[in-house]
Design a protein around this ligand. Structure first.
Ligand SMILES: Cc1ncc(COP(=O)(O)O)c(C=O)c1O
Length: 416
């Protein structure tokens, strides 16, 4: 459920008609419903309220500090994958002791920053990273809390680009090799083993792959226990999918019930989850204006948002529902495309789209996750504004970039 609805023939976010925002900030813009964000965060978090857990929101999915701050105020932590995300999470007020750090390519500078910030746990993805972490922690005279990220070789049955738990993916350490590395880690003076982590992919639409990998992780934790290596945190990552079109993903409660049933086998562990998409995906929309239409052998609706603003259709051939902001039932087959000089620049192809004319507003739905965060300045297009709505109020949570922002930091060389 989300808080985007038609009222009096106009698409609203909560109690704000979208044209009111367009008038105030121009187009395109991302708009997020604060009520939906809170509702979805609580739906996931409260599904685990009867066990020890931390909900570490996956910052990569939607990283605006206003949104991180909202989840932090609801008791959430953060799952980060870069120094930049750590900076954002700390600025947003996330408690360092609720931050976990994943990713295959953490630099020494990033390791140092995270160690100095006293985060909860590093999800280490290779032996060399473990060694770098040991050296960095030794140089700082501190101890690094570590989980190794296990690659369980489970097929999440999702798009290949967002599948991370198969042996051929670059992520994690194969289960068969991990025990040896834990033993090595135990011998490192500046490493403290605290957990095991795992994340098999994103936009999963069934519970089965999660449970399959959880069984593997739990068997592995038992193997570690036999080596007298005790685990305090079991991080099972994120990945729960949402409905974009015809998917029918499990509700958070169903997912939580299945997870908790299996978890009973490892008493005493605190569960960490890293949800992103399931919380923010349907809480945001990208609002765009029709610039022109043209018709040849095909009909094109050319809008002012492009693949640089929302990469998912071009990158993953992803489906996003597109709604007319002024309610109408009239549709015709068209491609909805952006202004970028690439034929891969589209928001929808061969779609029964709203019959839109110049200046009409369209809302690209379910764009809250991996929308703004994947946007770029390609074609020297300033990144768009982000707006948060709460009931009858709206606030700009990120200003639209200006042309001056585009060349910030650039210089014409003055060679002698
Ligand atoms: C390590 C890690 N945790 C969590 C997530 C969040 O995934 P999702 O947005 O599907 O919940 C991702 C994204 O792929 C990830 O790489």
């Amino acid at each position: 459920m989300n808080h985007f609805n038609y009222k009096n023939g106009l698409l609203h976010c909560e109690d704000i008609p979208l044209p009111a925002i367009a008038e105030a900030v121009g187009t395109p813009f991302y708009v997020y419903s604060s009520a939906t964000l809170s509702r979805h965060f609580k739906a996931v978090d409260e599904a685990f309220s009867d066990i020890k857990h931390i909900t570490c929101f996956a910052v990569k999915s939607c990283s605006n500090i206003a949104i991180l701050n909202l989840f932090s105020s609801l008791g959430g932590g953060a799952d980060i994958v870069s120094g930049g995300e750590l900076f954002r999470a700390l600025r947003a007020g996330v408690e360092p002791q609720k931050i976990v750090y994943s990713g295959v390519g953490k630099t020494v500078e990033e390791l140092r920053y995270a160690l100095n910030s006293r985060i909860l746990m590093f999800n280490v993805e290779s032996v060399q990273e473990l060694q770098a972490l040991q050296e960095t922690a030794a140089a700082l005279g501190c101890t690094a809390p570590v989980a190794l990220r296990i690659n369980p070789n489970v097929d999440p049955k999702t798009h290949a680009y967002i599948s991370t738990g198969l042996a051929r993916n670059k992520f994690g350490i194969p289960v068969a090799e991990a025990a040896k590395i834990y033993v090595e880690a135990r011998g490192m003076p500046n490493i403290e083993i605290v957990g095991v982590s795992c994340h098999i992919g994103s936009q999963l639409t069934s519970v089965a792959p999660f449970i399959e990998s959880l069984h593997k992780v739990i068997d592995f934790i038992k193997e570690l226990a036999a080596l007298r290596i005790n685990i305090r945190y079991l991080d099972m990552g994120g990945g729960l999918g949402i409905k974009y079109e015809e998917e029918n993903p499990p509700a958070p409660g169903e997912y939580a019930a299945a997870v908790k049933k299996v978890l009973r086998e490892v008493n005493g562990c605190t569960l960490i989850i890293e949800p992103g998409r399931v919380i923010v995906g349907n809480a945001g929309a990208l609002v765009t204006k029709v610039l022109y239409t043209k018709e040849g052998i095909k009909k094109f609706i050319i809008v002012d948002a492009g693949m640089n603003d929302l990469a998912r259709p071009s990158l993953y051939d992803a489906y996003h529902e597109i709604l007319p902001v002024i309610e109408s039932q009239e549709t015709a087959e068209a491609d909805i495309v952006g202004p970028i000089c690439e034929s891969g620049d589209f928001l929808a192809r061969g779609r029964l789209a709203p019959v839109a004319v110049r200046h009409d507003l369209l809302a690209v739905m379910s764009a809250g996750a991996y929308g703004f965060t994947m946007s770029s300045n390609y074609n020297s297009r300033p990144r768009v504004a982000e707006v948060m709505v709460r009931q009858t109020e709206f606030n700009v949570i990120r200003k639209r970039e200006t042309f001056a922002d585009l060349i910030r930091g650039e210089a014409v060389p003055e060679f002698t």
